[in-house]
Design a protein around this ligand. Structure first.
Ligand code: 7PJ
Length: 286
């Protein structure tokens, strides 16, 4: 089922090698970059575009723009707030740079409007379960990333429980995939994501990580997002997100080696270098 080219609107993503997705949070309360792009509660657009330009120079294949913080305990935003945060940045990025842009949203109106402005991909941590999201995503004809989350951001880290975490996450994604296909989304345009850190303990995350091959075995491209997450802090005993660079790069590389197609990261340059040295060793084996 996996073809090496994923059509993303008018653009294409080459899946024959791991892709790097650079994270751009246009939220004043993001967990890892803490609203760096904000001054006096206002987004600094030129600073944001500078950060994105650097990510692209560093080798990002996709820029993921999100206007809702989904960190544990984050407060919710209205659709209008999300539109106001995401659309101006999306529009400027598409006008200025030749890149794929994905929109990190669960909100139908944001999917529709982002697609109209030229977004290439929909990335939904709620796997198109919000009202109207499935139909809105189907209308765009863009690829969708379906991510697993247990509960909601406000409550997800309150004692997450599973009987068999891998089986349950796979079953959830299979159910969401079927709903997508019923809604008219082409199976080839479905990307799956186990959702590291979303309603999972460290033990759950590690079990899922060692089962990445089972997600890859579904035939769908797999997206992995572990960058700066608490699981790395827990593994290394590091409280602060800015201490988690090396752990994030190592884990992203391991995910790629297990077959992950897209790596969602804050640190594009470092991740890209790790992937590139690995890819060079593969070439030398030929
Ligand atoms: C993920 C995401 C992830 C996908 C976030 C953070 C929290 N989208 N959006 N996968 N995480 N597909 O960056 O730590 O893991 S927001």
């Amino acid at each position: 089922m996996t073809s090496s080219i994923l059509q993303c609107g008018t653009k294409q993503l080459d899946l024959s090698r791991p892709s790097v997705m650079g994270i751009v949070n246009v939220t004043p309360d993001s967990f890892s970059d803490g609203g760096d792009l904000y001054a006096n509660a206002q987004l600094d657009l030129s600073k944001t575009l500078g950060v994105i330009e650097k990510m692209l120079n560093d080798g990002a294949d996709i820029i993921d723009i999100g206007g809702e913080s989904t960190r544990p305990g984050a407060s919710s935003v209205s659709a209008q707030q999300e539109l106001d945060r995401v659309l101006p940045v999306l529009e400027s990025v598409i006008e200025r740079f030749d890149t794929l842009v994905s929109v990190d949203t669960s909100t139908a109106a944001v999917m529709t409007e982002a697609a109209k402005k030229g977004a290439s991909l929909i990335n939904d941590v709620r796997a198109l379960t919000r009202e109207g999201a499935l139909a809105a995503a189907a209308m765009t004809q863009l690829p969708v990333c379906l991510m697993h989350m247990q509960n909601q951001p406000q409550t997800m880290q309150h004692e997450p429980t599973y009987t068999d975490v891998v089986a349950e996450v796979l079953a959830f994604l299979a159910e969401r995939k079927n709903s997508c296909m019923t809604a008219g989304i082409d199976s080839k345009k479905i990307i799956l994501d186990p959702g590291f850190g979303f309603g999972k303990t460290l033990a759950h995350n590690l079990t899922l990580f060692s089962a990445i091959d089972q997600f890859v075995g579904t035939g769908h491209p797999v997206l992995v997002g572990v960058s700066r997450k608490a699981m790395i802090g827990q593994m290394l005993g590091l409280e602060h997100t800015e201490q988690r660079l090396m752990g994030s790069v190592a884990l992203a590389l391991l995910a790629a080696q297990r077959g992950a197609a897209i790596l969602r990261v804050h640190d594009v340059l470092e991740t890209k270098q790790a992937i590139d040295v690995w890819q060079t060793t593969i070439k030398d084996e030929d």
